[in-house]
Design a protein around this ligand. Structure first.
Ligand SMILES: [Fe+2]
Length: 151
């Protein structure tokens, strides 16, 4: 979380909290349902960031797990179906990355029972890494291929 100073009326200045993890134009793939699921994922990161900031990991992390399960069950599967339908050549490799992600989330759920605060922070780092290295790289590459094929 970063803070910016905003000038209001009558020379009033106030601080506004801004997350680093806000959607940017360059994230768009041009395929709206994919962009929608990527935005959904970025919202999870932002929620988790807020939870850590407010030190309410213990009470609020279940919401994060719920959203991650939704992301995995709906969006990762949906992606795989599209990649298969369009004969994306790296489908198996991509599916393995998804499987590793799901496994990691399950592990976080176990770790969480033992060390709440630390798990929340580790999970945030992992999700940011997934966003930067899976969503913005592998997914984008795959979507470009699909678009060439007429999606
Ligand atoms: Fe993916």
């Amino acid at each position: 979380m970063i803070y910016i100073i905003v000038r209001g009326h009558h020379r009033l200045y106030f601080y506004v909290m801004v997350s680093k993890y806000t959607w940017k134009e360059e994230y768009n793939t041009g395929v709206s349902f994919i962009d929608g699921q990527h935005q959904y994922f970025l919202n999870i990161i932002r929620d988790l960031e807020d939870i850590i900031e407010d030190s309410v990991c213990k009470d609020s992390a279940s919401k994060i797990f719920f959203s991650l399960v939704h992301y995995a069950e709906h969006f990762l599967i949906q992606e795989e179906i599209y990649f298969k339908d369009y004969h994306f050549p790296n489908l198996n490799e991509h599916k393995e990355l998804h499987a590793a992600f799901i496994k990691r989330v399950i592990q976080f759920k176990t770790d969480y029972q033992m060390d709440i605060q630390h798990t929340c922070q580790t999970m945030l780092d992992y999700l940011v890494d997934w966003f930067e290295n899976h969503i913005l790289k592998y997914d984008k590459e795959a979507i470009e291929y699909l678009r060439e094929k007429g999606l």
